[in-house]
Write a protein that binds this ligand. Structure first.
Ligand code: GAL
Length: 438
């Protein structure tokens, strides 16, 4: 074969290769276009759950107005089961804690206009050593009980020789079971919320299996955990879009978003980062004792609107790290200057990772989502005020320690004629004749 014939054959072979889905393509089975919002029992109650707690919490989600804002999932976490399976191998709801049974519970949750979530594990046991779902994925229990969402954990992993599957294979077993059951019954598939703490880079593969994936280990109610999680997620913001979301975790202490270890400013930073980075938003505080301050954070409609934007699914991303050189991985000082698109304009998040208050300055066109030569109307998403117009740059004065500024910038027409210097970015500022302008 001549060289020409060989290369022609090679190109034809290439053209006829079956096309593979791009790694970035998310599974769209109709479920979970937007980050899910709701409640999860683990933070406030750990194993101390029963049907009264669940119903009371669901009722409070309604009466406190949280459900109307989009917090629609009432999710039961670990410890709901009996320690032993039924004779036929089914999981059994704990008879003392859930005497009325799960069908009754999910219909009461549904009657409140909410969705019901359940928890299981991809291994032999859950993290609290209740029976897991490995090799039992095809049982139809969760769907038959009326649940809409499954959080699927990563404890008590069967060892290599037994499982003969990697992490992806293990989580695929449940994805397949969910898809098969939906195909058989015609019911919508369970929302599949993978929880394996960011092991083996789920942001690369979990999108093909489910709607969200935890990216990090469990967090705690202190700034160190929040900063560390924001730092880790700052490098994988590209992975969240419609139908697939980095899950930055709920918080493990019921005191968070309440009167616990976080200051009010830290709680606002927490909520802003989670929302604008398109993480699921799961409330983890005891709603019977929730404070007004906590509710103020959880009910910020302007922040929620970005998280739940039906037109733009992508996350904000850092455009400048600030105290560190760009791209620095630093658990205590994550990136400070972030921006992203929204259906209504450009979003900015300024995070003061320092222990003292600080002014925070940026040039608008440092963000890729700003047009040069335009001015922008500034909306503050925490003070809920319109703060005039920004031309070329913006300074947030005295941002509190560990505090946040969240802004929506909307195009407000051309910048004033003659605004100096001619180029906001001096690099290659050159006129038509090839003369450097400054
Ligand atoms: C962990 C998980 C927590 C919680 C807990 C229950 O693995 O990350 O969010 O579900 O298990 O045992």
């Amino acid at each position: 074969m001549t060289f020409l014939a060989l290369s022609l054959a090679a190109s034809l072979a290439y053209l006829t290769l079956p096309s593979k889905p791009l790694p970035a393509a998310a599974l769209n089975n109709g479920v979970g276009k937007l980050p899910f919002m709701g409640y999860n029992t683990w933070n406030a109650y750990h194993c101390d759950i029963d049907e009264d707690v669940i119903i009371q919490t669901a009722q409070l989600m309604k009466s406190l107005g949280l459900a109307d804002l989009g917090y629609e999932h009432m999710n039961i976490d670990d410890c709901w089961a009996e320690k032993t399976r039924s004779a036929s191998g089914d999981l059994v709801a704990n008879a003392t804690r859930f005497p009325s049974g799960f069908n009754n519970l999910t219909s009461r949750i549904h009657d409140l206009g909410l969705k019901a979530g359940i928890y299981s594990d991809s291994g032999w046991f859950t993290c609290q050593l209740y029976p897991g779902s490995y090799l039992n994925e095809a049982r139809r229990q969760f769907q038959n009980w009326g649940f809409d969402l499954l959080k699927y954990d990563n404890c008590a992993v069967p060892f290599d020789e037994i499982i003969d599957l990697g992490m992806v294979g293990k989580y695929t077993r449940m994805a397949d079971a969910i898809a098969n059951l939906s195909a058989t019954t015609g019911q919508p598939p369970l929302f599949y919320s993978l929880c394996q703490w960011g092991r083996e880079q789920p942001w690369l593969w979990a999108r093909k299996l489910g709607q969200s994936w935890r990216t990090t280990d469990d967090i705690d109610a202190d700034w160190e955990h929040l900063a560390s999680i924001i730092n880790q997620n700052s490098f994988i913001t590209w992975a969240s879009d419609f139908y697939g979301h980095n899950d930055m975790d709920i918080v493990r202490s019921s005191s968070i978003w309440g009167n616990g270890n976080l200051t009010f400013d830290e709680a606002k930073s927490h909520y802003t980062a989670w929302s604008l980075m398109k993480s699921p938003l799961l409330i983890g505080t005891d709603l019977t004792t929730v404070t007004n301050e906590t509710l103020e954070v959880l009910t910020n409609k302007e922040i929620i609107a970005i998280n739940q934007d039906p037109v733009v699914g992508t996350s904000i991303s850092p455009f400048r790290w600030g105290v560190n050189p760009d791209w620095t991985f630093n658990a205590t000082h994550p990136a400070q200057y972030w921006s992203g698109e929204s259906q209504n304009g450009t979003i900015f998040m300024l995070l003061n990772v320092l222990d003292d208050s600080a002014d925070m300055f940026f040039n608008l066109t440092e963000s890729p989502w700003i047009n040069a030569g335009r001015q922008y109307a500034v909306r503050d998403l925490w003070t809920h005020t319109d703060n005039g117009t920004a031309v070329r740059n913006f300074t947030a004065k005295a941002v509190p320690a560990h505090g946040v500024v969240a802004l929506l910038m909307q195009d407000a027409g051309p910048e004033p004629a003659g605004t100096q210097p001619p180029c906001a970015r001096p690099e290659w500022c050159i006129d038509q004749n090839g003369t450097l302008v400054q």
